[in-house]
Write a protein that binds this ligand. Structure first.
Ligand SMILES: [Zn+2]
Ligand SMILES: [Zn+2]
Length: 259
């Protein structure tokens, strides 16, 4: 028989018990949790998405991009890539973190080791980047760069879609699947003029069946936020933006996890 049963809820013993528990929770809690990145047991971690707790050391390793040096791609350092003046069909890109060796390990763990629950961590990081770099942007929809059918089969899930979904949900924005990989569409189905137009994006095509809702009330074009894991040369984001804009009258803003 427990103390509660013996003395009844609300008795002095019960109140004492609760106060003692509170005392211990305050000074010795919360309970230890395992850091999803390094596996260390910790209780001083940082709570991220879906109650994943990063240990203090792993959190300190995150090379956040707080002030981008390049207005185009959101890079944190001098950017010779964008200075060459290659025309881009997206407005700009912003990224959560620098693609440091540590971040490469994190992404590999998420993508190749199939650690699917890490989507919440990456989505949480995207949300921080969104609030930091795109405050005030009236976003109509969140889209993502789709994984190819083969990779999807290999990994079992679309890692970019999952992190985008987590981010969109936590930011209260609608997630829409706007793009397909041209290779996956097959030549037969890319027939109509409209669909051919949508393939101006090179490797990507707009989905012919999607109607893009408009949440904005202003006269400016609606903004679509396009999520990808890593911005390397910008060509993927550019091709996707071209495919989207060939079909819908929107402006495309990139939001990548790393740059
Ligand atoms: Zn850790
Ligand atoms: Zn740049």
């Amino acid at each position: 028989m427990t103390n509660r049963e013996l003395y009844g809820i609300g008795s002095r013993t019960d109140i004492l018990h609760r106060n003692v528990s509170k005392f211990f929770a305050r000074w010795f809690g919360p309970a230890h949790v395992d850091c999803p990145m390094c596996g260390r047991r910790c209780r001083d971690g940082v709570r991220t998405g879906a109650d994943l707790v990063l240990c203090g050391r792993c959190y300190a390793d995150i090379p956040w991009i707080e002030r981008p040096q390049c207005e185009t791609c959101g890079r944190s350092a001098h950017c010779p890539d964008c200075r060459r003046g290659i025309p881009r069909r997206f407005v700009c890109n912003r990224a959560a973190v620098r693609y440091s060796p540590e971040m490469k390990r994190w992404l590999a763990r998420y993508k190749f080791r199939g650690d699917e629950r890490l989507a919440a961590l990456f989505g949480w990081m995207l949300k921080i980047a969104f609030e930091r770099h795109y405050a005030g942007l009236d976003v109509s929809a969140v889209a993502f760069v789709p994984v190819g059918a083969e990779r999807l089969l290999e990994r079992g899930f679309d890692q970019t879609e999952r992190m985008a979904a987590w981010f969109a949900r936590s930011a209260g924005l609608p997630l829409v699947s706007l793009l397909v990989r041209v290779r996956d569409v097959g030549k037969q189905s890319v027939r109509t003029r409209r669909e051919r137009l949508a393939v101006v994006g090179g490797r990507f095509a707009a989905r012919p069946d999607v109607v893009l809702g408009d949440r904005t009330t202003s006269k400016t074009r609606p903004a679509v936020l396009l999520v990808d894991d890593v911005y390397t040369t910008g060509s993927t984001l550019d091709e996707c933006a071209a495919a989207i804009r060939a079909r819908w009258a929107v402006d495309v803003y990139g939001l990548t996890w790393a740059r």
